[in-house]
Design a protein around this ligand. Structure first.
Ligand SMILES: Nc1nc(=O)c2c([nH]1)NC[C@@H]1CN(c3ccc(C(=O)N[C@@H](CCC(=O)O)C(=O)O)cc3)C=[N+]21
Length: 279
């Protein structure tokens, strides 16, 4: 499953909606707040702004030095909340600060990550709200490759706030109708769970955790793990030699090249949707 190609296709669809907004005199704006100088975070934020430029979304990039205080970051959040040119924004994680306090301070209607407590509450309650980008990107990738979700056994490995926990909620909605097993580092017999799955989403951050012998032939496997091994991205899904999951999977979203670009696609979609709502 090619996330880069799917991102390109989604950009064409979103550019059309941006043009329709422009015809009404509305230009959506994405704000980003980057704290410190981590090269990975810098790359992600720069990629988001390149995406925006391509489809006609304005960029508002705020860079704060390492060592910026909680209060200073919150003051920037307040500014972006009040800025009418800023349709939606995010504070790139990790900041090393109180992430919950920062997320909670963002205007829920401008929350492009879908991670504000009110928006996560809406997800639990099944009410319309911005949805988390990586989990939505996973579902969109499955849909576009016509992987059946309704009635499928889905095993999600990882219970983090940005991927595993909200993905379990999304996949069990009536509109998706999957049966979900949410596994984690405390799961006994992980291989037994994975072997039963039609859809495997690996988001534990353990390099090479999922091996070919654990995967049901024909299953869809999505690699969301991001670790760095020798400076290169290493996913949770084994891609080497005999245990290469590509040998048994029916569909594979590799990392890089799979879910990462889909996260960016859903983020763009959340900006456009926020502009359409605010109009
Ligand atoms: N507030 C906040 N919102 C986020 O959405 C957020 C964040 N913080 N912190 C970090 C994670 C990570 N993330 C990715 C975005 C794009 C790729 C991506 O496009 N990856 C490419 C290239 C990877 C590479 O080559 O470095 C790929 O997988 O092919 C990956 C990961 C967004 N995040």
């Amino acid at each position: 499953m090619d996330g880069k190609a799917t991102l390109a296709a989604i950009k064409i669809e979103l550019a059309e909606r941006v043009r329709a907004l422009a015809a009404r005199g509305i230009v959506p704006g994405l704000g980003t707040v980057l704290v410190g100088d981590d090269p990975g975070s810098r790359w992600y934020v720069a990629a988001k702004h390149r995406d925006c430029a391509e489809i006609g979304i304005r960029s508002i990039a705020r860079e704060l030095p390492a060592g910026t205080s909680q209060g200073e970051v919150e003051a920037v959040v307040d500014e972006l909340n009040a800025d009418p040119e800023c349709t939606a924004f995010l504070v790139q994680q990790p900041t090393g600060l109180d992430e919950f306090a920062i997320l909670s301070r963002v205007d829920p209607d401008k929350d492009v990550d879908g991670l504000h407590p009110v928006n996560l509450g809406s997800l639990v309650l099944g009410r319309a709200a911005p949805l988390p980008c990586t989990p939505m990107g996973i579902i969109e990738l499955l849909r576009r490759y016509e992987v059946p979700i309704a009635g499928a056994q889905a095993v999600v490995i990882g219970r983090g706030l940005t991927v595993g926990r909200p993905l379990g909620l999304l996949l069990t909605r009536r509109s998706e109708n999957a049966t979900v097993t949410l596994c984690h580092t405390g799961t006994r017999d992980l291989a037994e769970h994975v072997r039963r799955a039609d859809i495997v989403v690996a988001a534990a951050g353990v390099p090479g955790l999922i091996t070919a012998d654990m995967v049901k032939p024909g299953a869809a496997v999505l690699d969301v793990g991001v670790s760095r091994v020798d400076g290169k991205i290493a996913g949770d899904v084994s891609r080497a030699g005999e245990q290469d999951v590509a040998r048994v999977a029916g569909f594979l979203a590799p990392n890089p090249g799979g879910v990462g670009p889909m996260t960016r696609a859903m983020l763009l979609g959340n900006v456009v949707a926020a502009a359409e709502r605010q109009r």
